[in-house]
Design a protein around this ligand. Structure first.
Ligand code: AMP
Length: 403
């Protein structure tokens, strides 16, 4: 009988979805192979399971329309059972989780322990809309499978290298001391892209790179010699550039005005800032960049233009944070798939001597720079799940080394 291989399950749990991927580790060359991925969407209403293989072929689907749609315990157990039945040659060796917030104290992936779960619970006030959902599957697995190793990987951790000048707000020191500061997010994506650049262009990775993670949630990061120096998302995931449904940076005076003149309370404001603004709010049409680009509506055009204007402005601001820029990288759904958005952003940066090769940009090449550009431009597809799988294996390796 041949022994089973080790598979690593990655979970990314949101308010109404549970995304999962499984990777096989090949220890001889430390390579990770994607086995499958999928998600349960519609948690709380009509939950629906879908999974596909590494070749994107559908592998399974299922739906619930009863009370189980809201039971995270049952849904997670379904995913585990399905993976165990599907991956007949593999055994789940560990689970890695995406966790949005690690606070000021956590600057690296952490093995899950009861004390860590308590610490993550304590950070819920910093990310009330995301953190409880991230922690839920960790708690369920710890209860049901206490011997299964789990590792928590944080969106904030990559930014722990930011200097206080970038990190702190112009607020009274007492508030800064209690953690009201800019944490930054999308750290696992920036880490993956940075590691890719270290492999592909180590000369540039040593320099000053601005990475544009443009997706439904968007942010930009200034990375100098592989370390985050500044980023556009701040205390929350609302800051920076406009997103699918979030405002991006907004004069806090607007919030005071809405509270005073329109008697808006916490819930109404949260709904406006997180769910009714951004591309959706400006266009009145959709939060989806592809839909807006295909629309002839003037308001859709205005939303797309505002997005490009704000992204270009932040590239320049982050270059200023690092005293210059040696490379520009686009990643995530919009950054990877929309040549028009990349072209519109770079056009606004022509004064920096940045120029695209239109043909390479059109076919989503890795290097999309014009031959006479002052600053090279790249498209690097992100893979946060693979980053989490790598961290999970590394953390377990370190624990085994210390055992
Ligand atoms: P993400 O959150 O990284 O999955 O990115 C989702 C965003 O990427 C959505 O706004 C999509 O409309 C956008 N997107 C994906 N493919 C394209 C495309 N071909 N052109 C424009 N936007 C796209």
């Amino acid at each position: 009988m041949t022994s089973k291989q080790s598979a690593y399950l990655v979970l990314n749990a949101g308010s109404s979805s549970l995304k999962f991927s499984a990777f096989r580790h090949h220890p001889h060359n430390d390579a990770l192979e994607t086995l499958l991925s999928g998600q349960i969407s519609g948690i709380g209403s009509r939950a629906r399971f879908e999974a596909k293989g590494a070749d994107r072929r559908p592998l399974g689907e299922h739906s619930w329309d009863d009370k189980d749609s809201a039971c995270r315990d049952t849904l997670l157990q379904y995913v585990l059972n399905w993976i165990n039945a599907t991956l007949v040659d593999d055994e789940i060796a560990a689970v890695g989780h995406r966790v949005v917030h690690g606070g000021l104290a956590i600057s690296r992936p952490m093995p899950v322990s009861p004390a860590l779960i308590d610490e993550l619970d304590g950070l819920i006030p910093l990310a009330p809309l995301h953190q409880p959902h991230n922690v839920a599957p960790i708690r369920i697995l710890a209860k049901n499978f206490p011997a299964l190793p789990q590792v928590a990987c944080f969106d904030t951790a990559f930014h722990s290298t930011q200097p206080p000048l970038a990190r702190n707000f112009a607020l009274p020191q007492a508030l800064t001391d209690e953690g009201v500061c800019s944490y930054g997010f999308h750290g696992l994506s920036y880490e993956y892209v940075t590691a890719h650049l270290v492999e592909s262009r180590p000369d540039l990775a040593e320099g000053r790179v601005v990475i544009c993670h443009l997706g439904n949630g968007s942010s930009l990061c200034a990375v100098k010699a592989g370390k985050s120096m500044d980023t556009t998302m701040g205390f929350s995931v609302l800051d920076g550039v406009p997103m699918g449904t979030r405002t991006g940076s907004l004069d806090p005076g607007v919030i005071l005005y809405l509270m005073r003149e329109k008697q808006m309370g916490l819930e109404a404001l949260e709904d406006l800032l997180y769910r009714q603004s951004g591309l959706l709010g400006v266009s009145g049409l959709s939060n989806d960049m592809k839909v807006l680009q295909e629309s002839a509506e003037p308001a859709a055009k205005q939303a797309v233009e505002m997005f490009c204007f704000r992204v270009a402005k932040e590239v320049a601001a982050l270059a200023a944070s690092m005293g210059g820029i040696d490379a520009l990288v686009f990643t995530a759904g919009i950054g990877e798939n929309s040549p028009e958005i990349r072209a519109a952003v770079v056009e606004r940066l022509a004064w920096l001597g940045i120029k695209l090769n239109a043909e390479a940009n059109g076919r989503k090449a890795y290097d999309i720079s014009a031959s006479d550009t002052q600053i090279p431009v790249f498209v690097i597809p992100t893979n946060e799940e693979m980053m989490i799988a790598k961290h999970t294996i590394n953390v377990l390796g370190q624990l085994a080394g210390h055992a």
